[in-house]
Design a protein around this ligand. Structure first.
Ligand SMILES: [Zn+2]
Length: 344
């Protein structure tokens, strides 16, 4: 059996059971953080819905021509919206489906019969950011699903989706994958990287696709470093520098939302490390190579402050996802963050 999905035994089990009963749903909503493997799992489901040689494990075979064509994005019945068609780049480049794509492509394609497979599969990424026009088009199709069609929606957080959309889908929630499974996954691929895999596994925090990207593209780890430096600078600087940063982040948000979420996510990992350090749980720290600096921060902040900052960053992420005006949300963060004076 060849599930390309790493971990996720509960969700895989649900799909296998449905295959066994010949009752795959016409609509799935796959939820999980960026880099956890939502697209990989969606493609696995597309394969199992079209595979010619499903074995007794109720998994796609991975080698028939249907599976091959889906893996290489060449299957005429499997449509992916919002992802660059390079499997290595996967969901890093996920963008929201546009209203034009839905009207001019999706709505035309969705009523056609399968050409080469059994099921036409439409995978749509980043649906949590859709506006009401896009949601309504999807909703209509979900209410009257055409025959032999499966729609798979991918979202980081289903809370921001219309309840009427969620209720028409089977929801599959992807959970963080264990460090040992990610380690095994990376080891199974012949990687040419100088960074110790253990460090990547820790930094990935349960996200196998993120780990793979970090191991194959040095930009990803460099980006983590840049974000970390930026956040540390922010904590140690005054309001005018902070508002500059807020302005930069806000304009960045209009071009590339994910990069701002990554910055905030790195900020979360930093504060979490500081908290772990304060609680003498140093072996669990993620940014191992910066232990000294983490120690300095834990000297300067008491645990209640650290918890407050963690909460503040989470609220910031939440408000951005709810489409609250980004400049307001980010200014508010800058105003409320404590100032850490490291020279004392
Ligand atoms: Zn197959």
């Amino acid at each position: 059996m060849v599930w390309k999905t790493v971990g996720q035994s509960a969700s895989i089990e649900r799909i296998s059971r449905a295959v066994n009963l010949k009752r795959l749903s016409h609509a799935y909503l796959i939820c999980g953080v960026a880099g956890i493997g939502k697209l990989t799992f969606a493609l696995d489901i597309a394969k199992v819905a079209n595979c010619l040689e499903i074995d007794e494990n109720l998994a796609p075979c991975g080698s028939c021509n249907q599976c091959h064509r889906i893996d290489s994005y060449n299957h005429t019945d499997v449509h992916v919206y919002g992802v660059r068609k390079d499997p290595k780049e996967a969901d890093r480049s996920a963008t929201m489906v546009t209203i034009e794509q839905l009207r001019e492509d999706f709505l035309k394609q969705v009523h056609r019969k399968p050409y080469e497979g059994r099921t036409r599969v439409f995978i749509i990424t980043a649906v949590e950011g859709m506006r009401s026009e896009q949601s309504n088009i999807l909703l209509k199709t979900l209410e009257e699903p055409p025959e032999n069609v499966m729609i798979i929606l991918l979202a980081q957080n289903p809370n921001n989706l219309l309840a009427t959309i969620v209720s028409r889908c089977q929801v599959l929630t992807l959970e963080p994958v264990s460090e040992s499974e990610i380690q095994q996954y990376l080891s199974s691929i012949a990687l040419d990287t100088d960074v110790p895999l253990e460090e990547i596994v820790k930094l990935s925090r349960g996200r196998p696709e993120w780990a793979l990207r970090a191991a194959t593209n040095s930009d990803i780890l460099e980006n983590v470093e840049t974000n970390l430096n930026l956040f540390i600078e922010c904590l140690t600087s005054g309001l005018s520098e902070r508002f500059n940063l807020s302005r930069n982040l806000s304009s960045q948000f209009s071009r590339d939302r994910e990069s701002v979420y990554e910055f905030l996510d790195t900020a979360l990992t930093w504060m979490r490390d500081v908290l772990l350090f304060s609680n003498e749980r140093i072996s669990e720290v993620i940014h191992i190579s910066r232990n000294d600096q983490i120690g300095q921060f834990s000297d300067m902040l008491d645990p209640a402050d650290i918890l407050e900052v963690l909460k503040l960053i989470r609220i910031t992420i939440d408000n951005l996802r709810k489409n609250v005006t980004s400049s307001l949300v980010l200014d508010n963060l800058m105003l409320k963050l404590p100032t850490v004076n490291l020279s004392n």
